[in-house]
Design a protein around this ligand. Structure first.
Ligand code: SUG
Length: 448
């Protein structure tokens, strides 16, 4: 019998964009990150754009949460690399001797909350408890430092949940979290089907030009530790064509919600098999609805450039059909714009498209879907979420003011070695722990 926990909704927890947001060119295989390396960034504008997107979701009636940025620079990694002295001394020396390492430890990449963790709602797990596994993000150095702090933020947000440790920090277990995971369902609070997507096996090497950041070994481990029902769980491989075209995560070419899976025809190595497996796993629960986009309609290069699929697929209260919350870039590309028109004039499951401005994040390859972690919660669970991490108009006003007081308007590559940037960031984060009710020992610099 499927678990039956009613009155559940999907909450979006967005990563609040941190004060060191910059274009470091750190992610091989992420075309935007590579192509925009060295551009001047706008941290204040970036954070305000993120907050506006959260406000839109809240005002439309969805549950919205916030995940705090991480401490950057991440001094513990610099200490581990042999740098010692005062924070200023450490920072000056690493920029002088190892600027690449310095840039990696300054990235605001925790904003992309879709990579924070893999989430299995209580309705899918054997114990009927929300399970989360923070992603080890082991493929990219600048992201490999996120998982511990992410675990802290998730434990603060969801005190009732089982928050696991990240998988072993090793290439065989490479894991990028919810960006390679889709949950389909009928009613949100009933047993769903969890689709895990991987790019390589783990033990045997991959054959892709760009890194395949998720392994089969890792997704099987997560499904096992979350105690998912094997007959309701599907594993599918990304295609080499998608990874090599720049789909460094599956959510660059695929998004799903409720019964609907919206994806590019080149997203999966074996699309027919994936559909058969999802249909079999959903048997007796719901009828999956596959919306497959042909290359003839949207070439994969356009899909990746315009981030059509890195949209949020949501059900706004009062709408019978789903809404695609897409980046403005999708409207500016002829192929993706006309595909969106086709969606809204057709009678498929996706009936509305809204465009949001997250350009600052987009230039690093992070669209609307990257910025949020979806967590399906029952009403009881939502009531237990840390109040300081629930997005409300009051919190929005407080955070807008906090950003305006602490963040820089611009950051050019030559501004990054300035130790004042570190001190400004720590002062901002220290204040944030009070605003968000995170405790006075939340960040490593607070625990010294
Ligand atoms: O991991 N970009 C991120 C973008 C993550 C997008 N997330 C999802 N698709 N869910 C990444 O590649 C670039 C940072 C820089 O170059 O400064 C970066 O980390």
């Amino acid at each position: 019998m499927p678990n039956q926990i009613r009155n559940a909704q999907e909450a979006n927890f967005d990563g609040l964009i941190g004060p060191t947001h910059n274009y470091g060119g750190l992610s091989d295989g992420n075309l935007a990150s590579a192509g925009n390396a060295g551009l001047i960034s706008h941290p204040k504008e970036a954070a305000l754009q993120g907050l506006s997107k959260m406000r839109l979701m809240h005002d439309k009636g969805l549950w919205q949460g916030v995940l705090p940025p991480h401490q950057r620079p991440f001094l513990p990694a610099l200490h581990a690399a042999g740098y010692s002295g005062t924070d200023r001394e450490v920072y000056a020396r690493v920029w002088k001797e190892a600027p690449r390492l310095a840039r990696n430890m300054l990235s605001a990449s925790s904003m992309w909350a879709a990579n924070a963790a893999t989430v299995s709602p209580s309705a899918d797990t054997e114990a009927g408890q929300l399970n989360l596994t923070p992603a080890n993000l082991s493929t990219m150095l600048h992201r490999s430092t996120e998982h511990k702090q992410t675990g802290r933020a998730l434990k603060a947000a969801f005190p009732f949940a089982r928050v696991h440790d990240a998988l072993p920090m090793q290439s065989v277990f490479a894991d990028e979290g919810a960006a390679n995971h889709v949950r389909l369902c009928g009613e949100r609070g009933e047993q769903g089907v969890e689709l895990f997507v991987y790019g390589r096996d783990g033990f045997s090497g991959g054959d892709t030009k760009f890194p395949a950041r998720q392994t089969r070994v890792s997704v099987e481990a997560i499904a096992r530790r979350h105690r998912l029902n094997p007959s309701r769980t599907v594993f599918a491989k990304q295609s080499k064509a998608a990874i090599d075209a720049g789909a460094f995560h599956n959510d660059v070419v695929c998004v799903g919600a409720k019964e609907t899976l919206f994806f590019h025809e080149l997203a999966f190595a074996n699309t027919a098999q994936m559909k058969r497996d999802v249909s079999a796993a959903a048997h007796g629960l719901f009828a999956p609805n596959f919306v497959e986009v042909a290359s003839a309609d949207v070439p994969i290069a356009d899909a990746i450039k315009a981030y059509l699929f890195n949209s949020m697929l949501v059900q706004f209260p009062g709408n019978d059909r789903l809404t695609l919350v897409a980046p403005l870039e999708t409207k500016e590309n002829a192929a993706t714009r006309s595909y969106c028109e086709k969606l809204t004039t057709g009678n498929g499951p996706i009936g509305h498209v809204e465009f949001v401005d997250v350009r600052q994040s987009m230039r690093n390859g992070g669209g609307p879907a990257c910025l949020r972690l979806r967590v399906t919660l029952t009403e009881d669970e939502w009531a237990q979420v840390n109040m300081g991490q629930k997005f409300t108009p009051e919190l929005h006003a407080t955070l807008d003011d906090w950003v305006s007081r602490h963040y820089r308007d611009t950051l050019a590559p030559e501004d990054l070695p300035d130790p004042s940037l570190m001190e400004e960031s720590f002062a901002a984060l220290d204040e944030l722990t009070k605003i968000m009710n995170l405790g006075a020992d939340f960040f490593p610099f607070q625990r010294l």
